[in-house]
Design a protein around this ligand. Sequence first.
Ligand SMILES: Nc1nc2c(c(=O)[nH]1)N(C=O)[C@@H](CNc1ccc(C(=O)N[C@@H](CCC(=O)O)C(=O)O)cc1)CN2
Ligand SMILES: Nc1nc2c(ncn2[C@@H]2O[C@H](COP(=O)(O)OP(=O)(O)OP(=O)(O)O)[C@@H](O)[C@H]2O)c(=O)[nH]1
Ligand SMILES: [Mg+2]
Length: 475
Amino acid sequence: MLDDTIAALSTGSLPSGVAVVRLSGPAVREALLRIAGDLPQERRASLRRFRGADGRLIDRGIALFFAGPRSVTGEDLAEFHLHGGRAVVAALIEALTALPGVRLAVAGEFTRRAFENGRIDLTEAEGLADLLAAETEGQRRMAVAQAGGALRAVYEGWMRRLTHARAMIEASFDFADEGDVSADVGADVASDMRHLADDMRAHLAKAGRGEILREGYKVAIVGAPNAGKSSLLNALADREVAIVTEVPGTTRDVIEATLDLGGIPVRFSDTAGIRETSDRVEAIGVERARAVMASADLVLALVGPDQAPGPLAQLGELLTHVKHPLMLVGQDEGAREASSPVHNPARQILTIRTKVDLPARAAATITDSDRDHRFDFAISTRTGDGLGALVERIALMAGEAAGDPDEAVPVRVRHRELVAEALHILDRYLDHPSIPAEVAAETLRQAGDRLGALTGQVGVEDLLDVIFSEFCIGK
Ligand SMILES: Nc1nc2c(c(=O)[nH]1)N(C=O)[C@@H](CNc1ccc(C(=O)N[C@@H](CCC(=O)O)C(=O)O)cc1)CN2
Ligand SMILES: Nc1nc2c(ncn2[C@@H]2O[C@H](COP(=O)(O)OP(=O)(O)OP(=O)(O)O)[C@@H](O)[C@H]2O)c(=O)[nH]1
Ligand SMILES: [Mg+2]
């Protein structure tokens, strides 16, 4: 596969001012000779006439030659910077792929070669994917640090400590008669491994932050029908994302809008008003509303002027104290267990009185405790009252949940799971101080393997296709 030379447009959609076509692999020098007329000086922008097989001019552009291994992919690499017209790019790609051994690249293939050639590890490749996908400043900062090796440094540091510990144990059992680790070595190693386990635990404790920054801070907008949920979403997004009518039960599907709040992507989900309903479609919407609520980082519980906050106060209680937070709308326990989505333990809730431009009208069901309910916010989407303060608070909460984007934390579920596995194995060693030296060394090797899977050194073949297919063609 690395024998092939791969070609692709590496810049965005055409037409564009300038387009960059990259070529990587063993046929690069030959291709430059044929198409640019000579082999340009390494790493110097050189103006050339690009010609097709028939000698006809394709375009005049800049050619760049990077001799392997000093290139992004680690192999010979050429760049053709040409005018960004569709036919111009098509003609060049046609001319390149007509050359022997040259074919179109698949998505992520340039980056995959950089990985296969040891230029980058798997966490750096993931960082690059995130850098290309970054839409907010926080996401960019986290991704550029990871692409530059911030996570790799952490995991390789841990691997070195494990390897060192193993070497100490193995050296001691090579020379000891009884095959036990000598007391001194055992104590030193165990103490360092205890520190390592603490470092891993501290790292894992920050896992949610990286995931929030990468995937967005999730805010569920919930409440009874007609509370003003869709109006709030539209006001936040500053466009008509969701349908708003005076008819209770208007929204059935989950409708999303993402806002960049202080560099953190905040994903708002408008949901169906929660009520008992015999309408099949609406019932599905209510079920989805519950699912969104259960996995949200923050729940905005909306109450209209003619609605009772009672059930929402109850909702707050349930969300903060009960393991299964979906008791609010009476439902069969077993059925709920089965369909219950992932419960987010860090979830927070804000209660919001809506439509404050209207006078409060006592609902029939209103009780004294309802009247005493203190809302976190009071808003009107009609006048804009309270919206600024609400957004400010949400931005603050999202910022706290996402943490410092420059800190190396687990960013993907994959990182969290593999670190947790490594830690679990390490704990097995720490919990059994008197295990035979061979077993101790083997246990530490297994922990190291989990970290090796993180950086891509160990058994991740099946994973590679998944990770590299995240990229676009040309990267
Ligand atoms: N035109 C262009 N711009 C680009 C890229 C590219 O491929 N082409 N990049 C694509 O991602 C990024 C830059 N990344 C790069 C990373 C390493 C090397 C490189 O030649 N590395 C060699 C030499 C290092 C040196 O001498 O300083 C090496 O690592 O050995 C080039 C680009 C962003 N801008
Ligand atoms: N006066 C006033 N009316 C509002 C305000 N917000 C929403 N409304 C009105 O209240 C009605 C219901 O608003 P929606 O945003 O559709 O309510 P919802 O909670 O999404 O309702 P469902 O989707 O049915 O659950 C509409 O007629 C809105 O125009 C407000 O701040 N002031
Ligand atoms: Mg609605």
